[in-house]
Design a protein around this ligand. Structure first.
Ligand code: CDP
Ligand code: CDP
Length: 231
């Protein structure tokens, strides 16, 4: 069977990474979480004093981009690749609400995007990749054979993300998570460089009332049909 590229874009907490991981496992493809890369750059900026309350030293961060090495290593127990920042596993650290609150401003920086997009395109050069993010179908892989655009109501998405953060032991409020989701949606959709938009040839998947199983079955069928149609 011929391998394809599957691009999954959409708003925060729409279930992109969950479905992308399931798809990759089921098709024997590589999964790449492009958002984790923007989060890792944000963590680097926070750890190195480029982001402090009320102050973001963009030029300082840009000057250090050569010192940021992001890699993924497959964790057999988890069944997916975890993200490493300069050889340190940061999979948990990058998911905090604090990183979520700074990541969208970091992702507006063209120098950051240029560097990460190059690396993402390299990950997908042999096809057989499922990548999720905001600009995968529009910028990273404009020729992807299958493009999905995931959406759901902001309240539903915030509740899903809130439950996830509480489960891992973070002390957050639902209102703060909802505010983060709405703020990121706004920044991501209105930024100048590579804004979040639905590619013309993407299929829209509104999963407000789909559970994880229904969502996966729906998307797997789309993928299998596409692979069959071009093999
Ligand atoms: O998982 P969630 O939807 O909350 O976010 P994510 O996929 O981890 O992405 C975090 C942030 O990185 C987004 O809100 C965007 O600001 C940025 N991002 C981006 O600009 N382009 C991408 N391809 C992926 C993420
Ligand atoms: O990657 P993205 O930010 O789009 O979302 P995710 O991390 O895959 O999903 C966010 C949370 O919503 C996870 O806890 C999922 O299990 C949950 N979710 C859900 O309960 N039902 C869906 N249809 C989609 C996601």
């Amino acid at each position: 069977m011929q391998k394809i590229t599957i691009a999954i874009d959409g708003f925060s907490s729409t279930g992109k990474s969950t479905v992308a991981k399931q798809l990759a496992k089921s098709l024997g493809y590589v999964y790449v979480d492009s958002g984790a890369m923007y989060r890792a750059v944000t963590l680097f900026a926070m750890q190195n004093g480029f982001i402090e309350t009320g102050c973001f030293d963009k030029d300082g961060l840009i000057s250090q981009l050569d010192h940021i090495k992001i890699s993924f290593k497959f964790n057999k127990d988890l069944g997916f690749a975890e993200v490493y920042l300069n050889e340190k596993n940061v999979e948990k650290d990058i998911r905090s609400l604090e990183v979520s609150n700074f990541v969208s401003p970091v992702a507006t920086i063209s120098e950051v995007r240029e560097q990460l997009v190059k690396q993402q395109q390299n990950f997908g050069k042999d096809k057989g990749v499922v990548m999720d993010g905001r600009d995968i179908g529009t910028v990273v892989f404009p020729d992807a054979e299958l493009k999905l655009f995931m959406t759901a109501s902001a309240e539903k998405r915030a509740k899903r993300r809130y439950d996830e953060l509480i489960e891992r032991g973070d002390d957050v409020s639902y209102d703060d998570v909802l505010k983060n989701v709405q703020t990121r949606d706004h920044i991501d959709s209105t930024r100048e460089d590579s804004p979040l938009t639905m590619a013309e040839d993407a299929i829209k998947v509104d999963n407000s009332s789909m559970n994880l199983k229904e969502q996966f079955e729906f998307v797997l069928k789309l993928s299998e049909d596409k692979i069959k149609s071009i093999s």
